[in-house]
Write a protein that binds this ligand. Structure first.
Ligand code: AMP
Length: 190
């Protein structure tokens, strides 16, 4: 089983690269952001709660996200593995993921840190907002999301280094080059 955590700041290319990894390795994809946006679209209770946090650029409470992730994980049948995109975002979530996988006799294979300079992140997110109309891709909310990333999410880099699972990926450059670097890191742990 390949359990890959794709990590990085908002706009680092996690979603784009996840699609390519799914196509290459035939594993399942969980994007917590996509699940939440679907809940909002469907007008569910979770969606209503999520919208308040997302519009403010804040993280949802860990327990909500962890329960949602466990349900999604159990919905996969005959899975060859999973790419976790946008999760974990806090140390508590990383610990919950470790435990959740251990209960299923599994572990995280590798954490891929897509490293992109801050000015480039801002450019990409503003462009994405114009193209996709994603409500949280506006300058004010992007700034808040980057602050949240640095304070709550970036500490996971050290956490995964301590677990011996960290792989640095240069997230700047041609899509194909980045995918090739990612595949090298995955193949090294396969
Ligand atoms: P994303 O599409 O991954 O950029 O996520 C969009 C928004 O969804 C984030 O800014 C958070 O408000 C929320 N979100 C997504 N994943 C998580 C998570 N793992 N923990 C808490 N909030 C999350």
């Amino acid at each position: 089983m390949l359990n890959i955590v794709i990590f990085g700041a908002p706009g680092s290319g996690k979603g784009t690269q996840s699609e390519r990894i799914v196509a290459q390795y035939g594993i399942n994809h969980i994007s917590t952001g996509d699940v939440l946006r679907a809940e909002i679209k469907n007008g569910t209770e979770l969606g209503k709660t999520a919208k308040g946090y997302i519009d403010q650029g804040q993280l949802l409470p860990d327990n909500l996200i962890i329960d949602m992730l466990a349900a999604k994980l159990d919905s996969f049948k005959d899975s060859k593995g999973v790419i976790f995109d946008g999760f974990p975002r806090t140390i508590a979530q990383a610990e919950a993921l470790k435990q959740m996988l251990a209960e299923r006799g599994q572990k995280v294979s590798v954490m891929l840190d897509l490293d992109v300079p801050e000015d480039e992140l801002m450019k990409r997110l503003i462009l994405r907002g114009q193209q996709s109309g994603r409500a949280d891709d506006n300058e004010e909310t992007i700034k808040k999301r980057l602050v949240v990333y640095h304070s709550q999410t970036a500490p996971l880099i050290e956490w995964y280094k301590n677990e011996g699972l960290y792989a640095h990926i240069n997230g700047l450059g041609a899509l194909e080059t980045i995918t090739a670097d990612i595949c090298k890191a995955i193949d090294a742990v396969k």
